[in-house]
Design a protein around this ligand. Structure first.
Ligand SMILES: [Zn+2]
Length: 205
C-alpha cells in the first residue's frame, strides 16, 4: 500500500476537535489516531479559539520513501461565523496551495492525502469514494450541489442586477456559477449514460 493510499482516509472534523473546548478556556490538545491503537499513525492537534488568532496546530512526523523522517508543525486558521439563531460556527480555512493558488476554503473537515491536511476540494475527494472511476462518476453531482449552495448564498446578497448599465460583480459571478452548474449537470447526465466526459474542463470557466 502506498503512502497515499494509506493516508487518504485520514480526516479530522472540526466539531470533534472543538468538543468541550469552551470548558477549557478555548484551548485543547488532542491526539488523533487511525487504525487499531494508532497502527495507521497518530498526530497531535492543538486548537485555540481564544483570542484573535484562532487556529488548529498540526503536529506529526512521518517517514518518506527514502526512509527519512520528517517533522510537521503548522497551523491552519479557524474561522468563526455567526449562526442565524445565535451562537457561532467554526470552520477550518484550508491552507493548501494548488498550482500556486491559495485555497482558503471554509470547510468543516480536513483530509490528509499526502503530506498535509487540506480540504476535499484540493484533494478532489468525494464523500463516497476516492476510487478513480467512482470519483469521476460522482464528482459532477457533488459539484452541482456545491454550486447550488454557492448560488443560493450569492443570490441572497446580489440584490442589484446592474450598476451603471452593466451587470454587477456579484451578478457576473452568479452567471459564471450558473454556467458551471450547467456544465456539471451535462457531465452528470453523460456519466449516467456511460458517455465519457472530461470533468476537468469545468474549471475553465
Ligand atoms: Zn483546499
Amino acid at each position: 500500500m502506498s503512502k497515499s493510499e494509506a493516508d487518504w482516509c485520514k480526516k479530522i472534523e472540526i466539531w470533534w476537535l472543538l468538543k468541550g473546548v469552551k470548558e477549557t478556556n478555548g484551548y485543547k490538545r488532542s491526539t488523533v489516531s487511525w487504525g487499531e491503537n494508532g497502527s495507521h499513525g497518530s498526530i497531535t492537534v492543538e486548537v485555540s479559539i481564544w483570542g484573535d488568532e484562532k487556529y488548529a496546530r498540526f503536529l506529526y512526523s512521518q517517514t518518506d520513501h527514502s526512509g527519512e523522517k520528517k517533522d510537521f508543525d503548522y497551523k491552519v486558521p479557524i474561522i468563526e461565523t455567526p449562526c442565524h439563531f445565535g451562537g457561532s460556527r467554526y470552520w477550518f480555512q484550508c491552507s493548501l496551495y494548488k498550482a500556486d493558488k491559495y485555497c482558503g476554503r471554509r470547510v468543516g473537515v480536513l483530509y490528509k492525502d499526502g503530506d498535509w491536511f487540506g480540504c476535499r476540494h484540493c484533494y478532489e475527494l468525494t464523500y463516497s469514494s476516492r476510487n478513480k472511476d467512482r470519483r469521476y462518476k460522482h464528482y459532477p453531482t457533488f459539484r452541482v450541489l456545491e454550486l447550488h449552495q454557492q448560488i443560493d448564498k450569492l443570490e441572497e446578497k446580489a440584490k442589484r442586477y446592474t450598476y451603471k448599465g452593466k451587470p454587477t460583480k456579484k451578478r457576473q459571478r452568479l452567471e459564471k456559477l450558473y454556467r458551471q452548474t450547467m456544465f456539471y449537470v451535462r457531465a452528470f447526465r453523460a456519466s449516467e449514460k456511460g458517455i465519457d466526459f472530461d470533468v476537468s474542463r469545468g474549471r475553465d470557466f
